[in-house]
Design a protein around this ligand. Structure first.
Ligand SMILES: [Zn+2]
Ligand SMILES: [Zn+2]
Length: 241
C-alpha cells in the first residue's frame, strides 16, 4: 500500500536543527547531532527531523484533523538524535504530543538564552509552557501568565466560541427557514402544486428550524475547538478571552 507521507522540506529540517543549536531537542539529552568524520571531507550526522504527530496515518501520535500542509510544517517537527527519535516513536503513550511540544519550547528557549548569555531554565519541571510575550514559564492549565498577565488560551477563546456559535445559528436557522419558506414555493412553481409554506407544519416548522439552528451552533463551536486541540496554548495581551 502506498501511504501518503507528509515529509519536511530540506529547509524546514535545517531550521529545526539550527533553532536548537544542532543539539537533540530532548531537554534531558541535548547531545550534539553532528561532528567530524574520519574522512576530512565529511561530517558524521546523527540528527533526525522527527514528526511530532506522524507524517502518515497509523504512525505515532497521528492527528487526522491536521491538514497536509500543517503536518509537514515546521510547527509539527522536532530535531532529535537518532536514539531519541526512536524512543518517541516506540512509545507514544509516554512521549505525548504535549510533551514533545514542551521539549521543543524549553530547548529553543534555552538555546536563545545561551545566545544571550543567560542561564538556562530547568527541566524537568512542572508541566507547562513558555509565555509568548515575556518568555517566562507558565504552568499547564494556568489561565494567566504570572509575570506579564497575558491570558492563556488552551482551546478557542470565549470570543471565538461566541463567533462560532453565532455563525452556526445563522447558517442552521437561516438554512432551515429558507428550506421551509422557499422550497414549497419553488416546488409549487415548478410542478403547479399547492404546498403551504412550512409544508403545513405550521409552528412546528419554526421549532424544527430552531432546533437545527442550535445543533449547527454546537457543531460549529466543536469545530472551532478542534482547531486548537493538541496545539500549544496561545497567549493574549490586553484582550478579554
Ligand atoms: Zn537525544
Ligand atoms: Zn508572560
Amino acid at each position: 500500500m502506498n501511504k501518503i507521507r507528509d515529509d519536511f522540506t530540506k529547509e524546514t529540517k535545517r531550521i529545526l536543527q539550527e533553532r536548537v543549536g544542532n543539539r537533540c531537542t530532548n531537554p534531558e539529552c541535548r547531545c550534539l547531532t553532528s561532528g567530524p568524520n574520519y574522512e576530512p571531507e565529511k561530517a558524521t550526522r546523527i540528527g533526525v527531523a522527527a514528526h511530532i504527530t506522524a507524517a502518515a496515518e497509523g504512525g505515532p501520535r497521528f492527528n487526522s484533523s491536521l491538514s497536509n500542509e500543517k503536518r509537514k510544517s515546521i510547527s509539527n517537527g522536532i530535531w532529535l538524535c537518532q536514539n531519541c527519535a526512536k524512543l518517541i516513536d516506540n512509545d507514544e503513550k509516554i512521549y505525548t504530543t504535549n510533551m514533545l511540544l514542551e521539549w521543543k519550547q524549553v530547548s529553543e528557549e534555552n538555546c536563545r538564552r545561551e545566545l544571550e548569555g543567560k542561564p538556562p531554565i530547568e527541566y524537568p519541571q512542572k508541566e507547562g509552557w513558555i509565555c509568548y510575550w515575556c518568555r517566562s514559564f507558565v504552568e499547564h492549565m494556568q489561565p494567566v501568565c504570572a509575570a506579564c498577565h497575558a491570558e492563556v488560551a488552551y482551546t478557542a477563546t470565549r470570543k471565538e466560541r461566541g463567533e462560532a456559535w453565532s455563525t452556526g445559528l445563522f447558517v442552521g436557522g437561516g438554512g432551515s427557514l429558507l428550506f421551509f419558506v422557499l422550497l414549497p414555493q419553488i416546488l409549487n412553481a415548478q410542478f403547479d402544486w399547492a404546498l403551504p409554506i412550512g409544508f403545513g407544519l405550521g409552528i412546528y416548522a419554526l421549532i424544527i428550524s430552531a432546533i437545527i439552528a442550535v445543533i449547527c451552533g454546537v457543531v460549529s463551536i466543536e469545530h472551532k475547538e478542534k482547531q486548537y486541540r493538541g496545539q500549544p496554548p496561545r497567549f493574549f495581551r490586553n484582550t478579554i478571552i
